[in-house]
Ligand binder design. Structure first.
Ligand SMILES: Cc1ncc(COP(=O)(O)O)c(C=O)c1O
Length: 350
């Protein structure tokens, strides 16, 4: 038996070895992670390192309470996960039986298709059309009527755009199934979905500590939903997939929202600078409400990405047979990393 796998670019160590560079000279523009190092985390790690001989509390009550405080919801509306990725897999397991229908608006984050395949669900794929990839709201609403799950990515990875509140509300209202709204990039769009969770009992909102909070390596995320949805996820959740170290890191990060907000403000400002320069290089840059930019590079996109990788600059490419074959996606990183990227691109494109 085999299932579709998530496709990663090579590791930084592999890329460095091939390029004759040190691994710390490799710049990841492909992971949509934070450019800010987690140096604030050292104290938390040292403190927690004294009790790693014990298991974390399986209920993860401290993390649920920290999320409840941060969102204004009750702890029984919160479920923790080892990243949003684990919660995507658990949502498929909890809400989709073999042969049942999942609606996916493409192009989108590949994990929804992977999670659906793992439980032998049936995918109804709705394609946004180039060149603008406008969210196909009407088709998604129609398909949602017969679906057990609708996967929504708001704002969208990889498009960077955000479907409207009206479209999201209409999709939720159209289905008796569960709408799983992946809000991984919500902080960059200024979104707060917590009030929606009180309003709509078939809405599960997934959040991650990997992006705006800069904790991708810790592997922590959380879901927000009606207590019945949360109980269903708890019913299929492994008892201890999040390490106690990661719990403490997430709790500390949630207690310092100003650090997250200033990171988001800096990334958003730097995104505008990067978009301007990419535009000046002649690339079509799609509008973004996230921490990355999707650019139309043309038929040479893949070979441009290969050449950038030879210089230690890793970008996100897309399948040759898909609608984004001529596009590259760039994570917003530091001004220095951008200068490196832009001069490499300038040399390659001129
Ligand atoms: C839309 C989306 N959801 C989820 C994830 C994964 O989040 P996590 O690191 O919390 O597993 C990503 C990571 O790139 C993403 O783009």
């Amino acid at each position: 038996m085999s299932f579709p796998k998530y496709q990663w670019q090579p590791t930084s160590a592999e890329i460095a070895a091939a390029a004759g560079l040190n691994p710390d000279q490799v710049e990841r523009f492909d992971h949509n992670t934070s450019p800010f190092p987690s140096d604030w985390a050292a104290d938390v790690v040292i403190r927690q390192s004294l009790s790693l001989n014990e298991y974390p509390a399986a209920s993860y009550v401290s993390l649920r309470e920290a999320v409840a405080t941060s969102t204004g919801l009750d702890p029984d509306s919160v479920v923790p996960g080892a990243g949003a990725d684990e919660l995507i897999l658990l949502a498929a397991r909890a809400f989709l039986a073999p042969g049942q229908t999942a609606v996916i608006a493409e192009p989108t984050y590949p994990m929804y298709g992977i999670a659906t395949a793992q439980v032998r669900g049936r995918v109804v794929s709705i394609e946004a059309q180039p060149p603008d990839f406008e969210f196909p709201a009407d088709e998604v609403i129609t398909a949602a009527r017969d679906a057990e799950i609708v996967w929504l990515c708001v704002p969208s990875n990889p498009l960077g755009s955000r479907s409207t509140d009206q479209a999201v509300a209409a999709i939720i209202a159209a289905t008796d199934g569960v709408v799983v709204l992946d809000a991984a990039y919500a902080a960059f769009a200024g979104d707060d979905w917590a009030p929606w969770v009180d309003r709509y009992h078939n809405l599960l909102v997934l959040n991650t500590m990997s992006k705006a909070y800069g904790l991708a390596g810790a592997r922590v995320g959380y879901g927000l939903g009606h207590p019945d949805l949360i109980a269903a996820i708890d019913g299929v959740r492994p008892p201890g997939s999040i390490s106690s170290l990661s719990v403490e890191l997430a709790v500390a990060a949630l207690a310092a929202p100003d650090r997250m907000r200033s990171a988001v403000a800096a990334i958003t400002a730097e995104r505008a600078r990067l978009a301007g320069y990419l535009h000046d290089l002649g690339l079509r840059v799609l509008p973004s409400t996230t921490n990355f930019l999707l650019c139309e590079v043309g038929p040479q996109a893949r070979s441009v990405a290969d050449d950038l990788m030879k210089g230690g600059l890793v970008t996100r490419t897309f399948p040759e047979d898909g609608p984004l074959a001529s596009y590259l996606r760039f994570t917003v990183r530091s001004p220095r990393a951008h200068d490196r990227l832009l001069s490499a691109l300038q040399r390659r494109l001129s």
